[in-house]
Design a protein around this ligand. Structure first.
Ligand code: CTP
Ligand code: MG
Length: 183
């Protein structure tokens, strides 16, 4: 169950840490403020982070597709495919990667509306925004595949596992200097 859950989410897990490593430069909101006088998204959301995150997430998914073309199990667990092994799979992988960073951006927008500065912690939201974004986009891209693979038990495993993984990656990111805060 754990292996399948992580396998399905890998293209959504990779983008955030890669955005933290490679992000920087021009911010997506162009430094502009919203009508409330606060930043639209803030300096923590950059084009470079977005593009590098998507690129690495896609790369992970394509490597997984390659793996599936050679063998279908890992530690004797039968692995699911991303809606087959053709164009649909690439669309699903893109939805997972882009959806995760979109969820993260979407919540940054709300964090700014609440007056929270860039990097301010918002427990639960910080840990799950990207999961919900990835699920939403994947559901839109491939509803049948989504329902067949993100079963209730997989969803529960992911809702518990993701915050743990997210916090541990961010603590590592903080100590190696790519994250300003350990959350
Ligand atoms: N990052 C980026 N572009 C993105 C997402 C993230 O450049 N689209 C980089 C930024 O350098 C950011 C870091 O990854 O500081 C960590 O991401 P996150 O924790 O989501 O951003 P915060 O700085 O905490 O900003 P916010 O309060 O808006 O979540
Ligand atoms: Mg943050």
């Amino acid at each position: 169950m754990l292996i399948i859950a992580v396998w399905l989410m890998l293209p959504a897990y990779i983008p955030s840490p890669m955005a933290a490593v490679f992000g920087g430069g021009k911010s997506i909101d162009g430094g502009k403020n919203f009508i409330d006088g606060r930043r639209i998204l803030g300096d923590g959301k950059t084009y470079r982070g977005l593009l590098c995150g998507i690129a690495f997430g896609m790369m992970a998914g394509l490597l997984q597709m390659y793996y599936l073309s050679r063998q279908t199990t890992m530690f004797s667990v039968e692995l699911p495919s991303f809606a087959g092994n053709g164009a649909n799979a690439v669309v699903v992988i893109f939805a997972l990667a882009f959806g995760s960073l979109f969820g993260d951006m979407f919540m940054s927008f709300f964090k700014r509306r609440l007056g929270l500065k860039r990097g301010a912690a918002m427990p639960v939201v910080d840990q799950l925004d990207f999961v919900l974004g990835a699920w939403l986009f994947t559901y839109i891209a491939a509803p049948v595949w989504f329902a067949a693979n993100f079963t209730a038990s997989i969803v529960i495993v992911l809702l518990v596992l993701t915050p743990v993984l997210h916090l541990s990656t961010n603590i590592i990111g903080y100590f190696i200097g790519v994250k300003n805060e350990p959350w």
